[in-house]
Design a protein around this ligand. Structure first.
Ligand code: P6P
Length: 269
């Protein structure tokens, strides 16, 4: 029996292939981009997705999610090749996630606000329940895996200590879509910094193309911010499909405070 994340991937690939609007797919579960048979394509879209993010939580009934981002073909002259996938998230025409939690929600943006829909099983439709979501400029919550605190860069350690001094509360589920969604509505900041155990070779975990990019698009259109600490996530041009990045996103004032710490360090060094 295939695992749920593989099943979710296969379902998305099959459905998007049949739809005809996408000519290229990029999935967390696929080593390379999937080129759709040109005979079946009538559209100019590229779809990135993490079919079931947080799938290690499935057996423990923790909320998980599907993350997606949609690009247009970069130029009418592009050869519809694999590189068409490697666009910065600022180019997204749409992004969103489905959260499988106490209720099933679709949250998406097409660049004009971020909106939430809740599945009503009695009619089998997603109903608009959260129009024009606006993340509070600052929040009580911070979300980070504190077990990694010895591996954090100094800016993150200093920032987290300041949050503790202010009496902020730590909430961390270990499922990006669930942690992000809670902070999007309640306000707060999610941080997954690089492992800097070897300062010369920082190692990140979360992916740019189908995790950080779509989430950055959503939070930006909900008046929040997303950064690596040094760069707006939306502006990063991916080098590779499965590129990993430090991911910090949420309330604009909280993210800006952290960016200032990184700026002070870069000025001082
Ligand atoms: P850690 C789940 O495996 C995931 O990809 C994200 O959904 C989540 O935010 C992160 O990893 C959790 O990672 O190292 O804290 O268990």
């Amino acid at each position: 029996v295939a695992k749920l994340d593989q099943l979710a991937n296969d379902l998305l690939v099959e459905t998007l292939s049949e739809g005809g609007w996408a000519y290229l797919l990029a999935s967390e579960e696929e080593e390379d981009a999937v080129q759709i048979d040109p005979e079946r394509v009538r559209g100019d879209y590229i779809v990135h997705f993490d079919p079931l993010d947080g799938s290690s939580n499935i057996d423990y009934n923790v909320s998980i999610g599907t993350i997606f981002g949609i690009f247009s073909r970069p130029t009418s002259e592009s050869n519809r090749g694999l590189n068409d996938c490697l666009q910065p998230a600022r180019n997204l025409v749409a992004a969103g996630y489905v959260l499988y939690g106490s209720s099933t929600m679709l949250v998406y943006s097409v660049g004009d606000g971020t909106h939430g829909f809740t599945l009503d099983p009695s009619v089998g439709e997603f109903l608009l329940s959260h129009p024009n979501i606006r993340i509070p400029e600052t929040g009580r919550i911070y979300s980070i895996n504190s077990a990694n605190d010895r591996k954090w860069p100094k800016e993150i350690s200093d920032f987290v200590e300041s949050l503790k001094d202010e009496g902020r509360t730590l909430r961390y589920i270990g499922s990006l879509v669930a942690d992000f969604h809670r902070n999007l509505l309640a306000g707060g900041i999610f941080l997954y910094p690089a492992d800097c155990s070897d300062p010369n070779q920082p190692r990140s975990k979360l992916r740019l193309v189908y995790e950080g990019g779509p989430m950055a698009f959503l939070v930006e259109h909900a008046h929040g911010k997303a950064t690596t600490g040094l760069q707006n996530i939306l502006d990063i041009v991916p080098d590779t499909l499965h590129q990993k990045i430090p991911l910090i996103l949420g309330s604009s004032c909280d993210v800006s405070r952290l960016e200032s710490l990184y700026h002070e360090t870069s000025v001082a060094t």
